[in-house]
Ligand binder design. Structure first.
Ligand code: CMP
Length: 153
């Protein structure tokens, strides 16, 4: 079972879209194994977005990501990194396909509602920034057997 890090960004909380978007992940059959609400500090923002710190848009990104609380999650599932990225759509809500989360709810490059890891390596790094191992649950939902065949997991 693979893991990915997902973060509902400040625009998602301010617009009251957390429940609606979380529902899409739950209905897809992804397994929620960790969740917390927090306010990102400028230090954590620089750690999380280390690859973007030198980019021209970084100051605006840091102001945005620290402006209001976020909800951080970990999901498990087969190929979950790719599956979640495809559910989100392109980075810019202006370019994301209709039917994707950003395509349906965002019209911004920066305010694109949800962050998700872009590789298993990024997922491991990002999960480590936000969660202790003890905060991640190991559990088998009762209905898991109705979402995938035993040889698919
Ligand atoms: P995310 O998937 O969290 O990864 C980096 C974030 O930087 C991205 O979503 C956007 O919120 C933001 N971002 C990426 N490109 C731009 C850009 N050109 N201008 C402003 N913000 C951007």
């Amino acid at each position: 079972m693979d893991r990915t890090f997902v973060m509902f960004k400040p625009d998602c909380l301010e617009r009251g879209l957390v429940g609606r978007i979380l529902t899409r992940f739950e209905e897809k059959g992804l397994r929620l194994v960790a969740m917390k609400m927090l306010r990102i500090s400028p230090e954590v923002a620089k750690q999380h977005y280390a690859e973007h710190v030198t980019k021209p848009f970084y100051p605006g990104l840091e102001s945005f990501i620290t402006a209001s609380p976020v909800v951080a999650c970990v999901f498990e599932g087969p190929e979950v990194v790719r599956v979640v990225r495809e559910m989100l759509g392109a980075t810019s809500g202006l370019k994301a396909a209709a039917g994707t989360i950003r395509g349906d709810y965002s019209s911004s490059r920066q305010m694109n509602l949800v962050h998700a890891s872009d590789s298993p390596e990024s997922a491991a790094r990002e999960i480590g920034i936000y969660f202790q191992q003890s905060e991640i649950q190991t559990w088998d939902p009762t209905l898991a057997c109705w979402y995938q065949a035993p040889d698919e997991g």
